[in-house]
Ligand binder design. Structure first.
Ligand code: PBG
Length: 336
């Protein structure tokens, strides 16, 4: 007798039936993480036999090129499809205009060639922006304290071409200058690289969560001011849709939202509106937050990693750039 009813089938609907046992839960599962969803960002540095720990990213290392093949091998063996390379440019090579970004033998280009030679099938993604190469840590060139848009784009298109020549399969502009996707597309096409794909950092927010990445690159201490005149305001959401529209029109093949976990609503809005392949970057600060808590024993490692990543699938992502890629791929393999 409940609520005055003699009803044997109270309540009418028992959602718990579909959670009754493991097979049923799997049967009704709406989203799945697959190794194909994982893109692994890696940090490369100069020197010999280097494996430097990044203190604010427990478990993440910067590796020198002689260690790079061994560093990347587990990713290939686990079936990860692509890596994104981030170079730590020696301070003496950084200048106001990021000249080193255009050097065909810069660290990024050499890293790309090393990886492509050892693992031709592995996708290599190159970040296009000037911040690893500038002595002020900004993504473009500066005049009178302003980040110049069109002048920066002229350099970025050359940077993209330089990376395509080194063998990068996907160019990922992360600079947030207006018009850079179109400029890069034109330059790639004009030079015979019409098959090189563009994954645009489309909705990239001016975020506190990039802090550990800037530590890893050594650009954080150099940075003067903030990136609010080119990266997006965390308060905005409609603006992200306009950015997507523009990047698609300019020729982006894939788009990205960054950071990830604090911006799942943006991913969902984009997926509801557009049909373009959409990626998220679970950035350094998100990694630091989770890895730090895991390291302290405050969060369960495996479950935390997998729950953080399935959230991106649920939001509608095609894939995720994550520093947990290797751990997640291992866990997925154990599951099978
Ligand atoms: C460079 C770039 C940044 C990240 C990726 N590409 C930093 C920034 O914009 O300051 C951040 C990635 C991370 O935090 O993991 N423009």
């Amino acid at each position: 007798m409940i609520g005055g009813m003699t009803n044997a089938s109270f309540p009418l609907f028992r959602p718990r039936r579909n959670r009754h046992d493991a097979f049923t839960r799997r049967l009704v599962q709406e989203n799945r993480l697959h190794v194909d969803d994982l893109i692994w960002p890696i940090f490369v540095c100069e020197g010999e036999n280097q494996r430097q720990k990044v203190s604010s990213m427990p478990g993440v290392e910067r590796v020198s090129l002689d260690n790079l093949v061994e560093h990347v091998r587990p990713a290939v063996e686990l079936g990860i499809l692509a890596v994104a390379i981030f170079p730590i440019t020696p301070v003496e090579l950084r200048d106001a205009t990021g000249t080193e970004a255009l050097n065909p033998d810069n660290l990024m280009c050499r890293a790309s060639r090393v990886i492509k030679e050892a693992f031709p099938e592995l996708g290599v993604i190159g970040d296009v922006a000037l911040d690893p190469y500038t002595d002020h840590g900004h993504d473009g060139v500066i005049k009178d304290g302003r980040i110049l848009n069109d002048e920066s784009v002229e350099i970025l298109r050359q940077q993209a071409l330089n990376q395509a020549r080194a063998g990068n399969d996907i160019i990922a502009p992360s600079d947030m200058m207006d018009g850079r996707v179109q400029a890069i597309r034109e330059t790639l096409d004009a030079n015979g690289f019409e098959t090189v794909r563009i994954m645009a950092y489309t909705a990239k927010y001016a975020s506190a969560f990039y802090g550990p990445f800037r530590d890893a690159l050594g650009s954080g201490g150099l940075l003067t001011g903030d990136k609010k005149t080119y990266q997006m305001d965390p308060a905005n959401s409609d603006e992200a849709l306009r950015e997507v529209e523009q990047d698609i029109r300019e020729g982006a093949d894939m788009i990205m939202v960054k950071p990830g976990m604090p911006y799942l609503d943006i991913i969902r809005r984009i997926r509801d509106r557009f049909s373009v392949p959409t990626f998220a970057y679970q950035v350094s600060g998100e990694y630091a937050m989770l890895a730090g808590a895991i390291q302290n024993g405050w969060l369960d490692r495996d479950r935390t990693i997998m729950e953080s990543l399935i959230a991106f699938k649920r939001a509608g992502c095609n894939g995720i750039l994550t520093y947990f890629a290797i751990d997640a791929a291992r866990l997925l393999k154990e599951e099978r």
